[in-house]
Design a protein around this ligand. Sequence first.
Ligand code: PLP
Length: 454
Amino acid sequence: MTDRKNVRPTAELQAADLAHHLHPFTDHTELAGEGGPRIITHGEGVWLWDSEGRRLLDGMAGLWCVNIGYGRPELGEVARRQMDRLAYYNTFFKTSHEPVVELSERLAGLLPDGLDHVFFANSGSEANDTAVRLVRNYWARHGQPERHVIISRRHAYHGSTILAASLGGMASMHDIPGIPVPGIVHAEPPYSWEAGADLDDPEFGARAADAVEEAILRAGADSVAAFIGEPVMGAGGVIVPPPGYWKRVQEICDRYGILLICDEVICGFGRMGEWFGAQSYAIRPDVMTMAKGLSSGYQPISAVAINARVAEPLLDRVGRFPHGFTYSGHPVAAAVALENLDIMARENLLGHVRVTAAPALQTGLATLRDHPLVGEVRGAGLVAALELTADKASRRPFDPAGSVATRVRDLCFERGLVTRAVREGLVFAPPLVISQDEVGELVTILKSCLDDVW
Ligand code: PLP
């Protein structure tokens, strides 16, 4: 067991962090007001520990990514072996290496039929950038360069590069000049709570899918290259598709000949109880982007899989696809991803999600449905959200917006549970390995925090 203690005292680390470290998505004045960040030292299963020895149940699997849980020594051993053998080589100049070949082959075997070709990158954002370049390349090579528009959805999250942030549909992400870039049109999301509809209303499912068609027509059908969507929208607040939604979206894409990109950065690798969310919702994507659970966050790696239609201009025509990253298909990341997939298969984590973890999480959170602060509890597989409201009947938000969700989140953090606040909601995506008892602890802490904030 490696030493779990920091070398430097907590206060010194916090001061140095405040002085020099820029945090993603963080209000630095707030962080300074709190005396600096909580320093996390180590993890085991679904648990994290901070430098003061306090234990936290990670209800978010890091950032929706530590699917196999923390503290798996096998991954470190594999990384070490691969570093000793070949720490780095690229695959740009007609070279390859065993880990990337094996990982491509393994993914092709797991992916829905037809997605046989895989490109590697380092993050979900890069995977989505790559997907857009691939679909625009497809139409250009078919003599239709004007087909460049990507349809996405309001509240979507597809990453944080300029293009990925533009694909995303969160207003706060567009609050920087130049974003969104041109060529992206946002449709209304299938967000029943916001639309005043019932979660399981098929009529709402049809109406929400028709919003995709409206966006296509708004853009001009002849200019649309692709639609991008997560099977279940995660960071946008766990927006679960209503019945019939994906079937109809698929029909709309087919009718207009539009390519369908499934962003599986959260849903992929077991979170929905299947390898991919596309399988849970019978979606037939032309392009699929993956990251997070591919390595359970143990190494930065992402992938884009494409079908024969999108691959044809790359494989059968003369000419380079001018795109790639220094670390595309990094051998250490690929080796770690392979071991991660081995663990998922060996431990039947998909079965665990389906039979134990997801039912425990969904039924556990459902017990909070009648709490005075809770308007709705929704989820799919091992993601879930509590929508908080100032008034259940009118679905009125709190004033100021999001203030109650933030207070509950902060209290949970103090009491040893990591959750995340999104608008008026709290979202959950624990490691897939979470046990029934651990879900029980999650619900108990959450309930005590809801009670005390109320
Ligand atoms: N796509 C989805 C659905 C995500 O949830 C995220 C990150 O949360 C991304 C893309 C971006 O991934 P990354 O942060 O690795 O760039």
